[in-house]
Write a new protein. Structure first.
Length: 291
């Protein structure tokens, strides 16, 4: 999960360009003089965390493959701020210079991704600041289909922490798994017996009785589902008094307004689906001028 997910980006950016550019920008072909050159700069229209600088290179590379006549391989792309930089309104983020057709064909796809990823990174930054240093804010699997690797990268850029990437890289026994397996403790015991060493094992509980049944087990985390902050404090006291080794994660309906209460209640982690599914895009604009 470290670094920019290049191959995942190429897959989703190609789809975005195919649906937007198709066989080429009809307006550019009809209106622009042959060989027209331009400069453009991308400007922040609001304050927030920038995320998405590698997207420019990916868009231009794939655009050249899809529309060789665009001249995308001749566009010079200059990034002026690092991913994770907090932008002020009016700050210039990056510049493009080269064939106007390529810049305009790339514009919307580039902005769509960068605005969204910057919004996710900004959301992660705000939530982690509210939670403070004692509680790590986790993302969830409530991501945009096809963009999970990119969104989880943006979470890290913003200072948040990734939960599991998918169903394959951690055990997370939820209510339905426990129901099918004969209960929370039964499911936990089977998972611990069969799991590959080093794989996280996380068990969701609905009340303190279920938590109590797990206290002796060497779990990675116990997820407190839809607990109130007061109930979370009780769970923390119960865990600590039993010298249990697992961390506690609060989950379910946590918002920016309630996050601080959960952090103060004693959990080490809080998972917030809104980091991705409700992130507000950061407003970025591409401004064009003749070269």
């Amino acid at each position: 999960m470290d670094g920019f997910p290049l191959e995942a980006a190429r897959r989703i950016v190609r789809l975005a360009l195919e649906e937007d550019v198709g066989s080429g920008d009809l307006t550019c072909r009809l209106v622009l003089p042959a060989g027209h050159q331009s400069r453009a700069q991308v400007v922040a229209k609001a304050r927030g965390v920038f995320c998405g600088s590698p997207i420019g290179t990916v868009v231009l590379s794939l655009l050249q493959e899809l529309d060789p006549e665009s001249g995308a391989d001749q566009v010079r792309y200059e990034v002026l701020v690092s991913d994770g930089t907090f932008l002020e309104e009016g700050q210039v983020v990056c510049r493009f210079e080269g064939p106007t057709r390529a810049i305009l064909e790339a514009e919307r796809t580039f902005l769509n991704f960068c605005q969204h990823l910057s919004g996710v990174a900004s959301s992660a930054r705000v939530h982690q600041e509210v939670a403070g240093s004692s509680c790590r804010v986790l993302d969830t699997r409530k991501t945009t289909p096809g963009q999970r690797a990119l969104e989880k990268w943006a979470i890290r850029i913003g200072g948040g922490t990734n939960h599991r990437l998918g169903l394959w890289d951690a055990v997370l026994v939820k209510e339905n798994h426990a129901q099918a397996a004969g209960g929370v403790r039964a499911a936990a015991l089977v998972a611990l017996e069969k799991v590959e060493p080093g794989t996280p094992v996380i068990i969701e509980v609905r009340d303190l009785d279920e938590l109590t049944s797990l206290l002796p087990l060497p779990l990675t985390r116990v997820l407190l589902d839809n607990f109130t902050p007061g109930e979370v404090a009780q769970a923390r006291a119960l865990r600590d008094s039993a010298n249990a080794t697992f961390a506690l994660e609060a989950s379910g309906g946590i918002t920016l307004h309630t996050l601080a209460d959960f952090a103060r209640s004693g959990v080490e982690y809080a998972s917030v689906g809104a980091l991705t599914h409700s992130a507000r895009p950061l407003d970025l604009s591409l401004l064009l001028e003749d070269a």
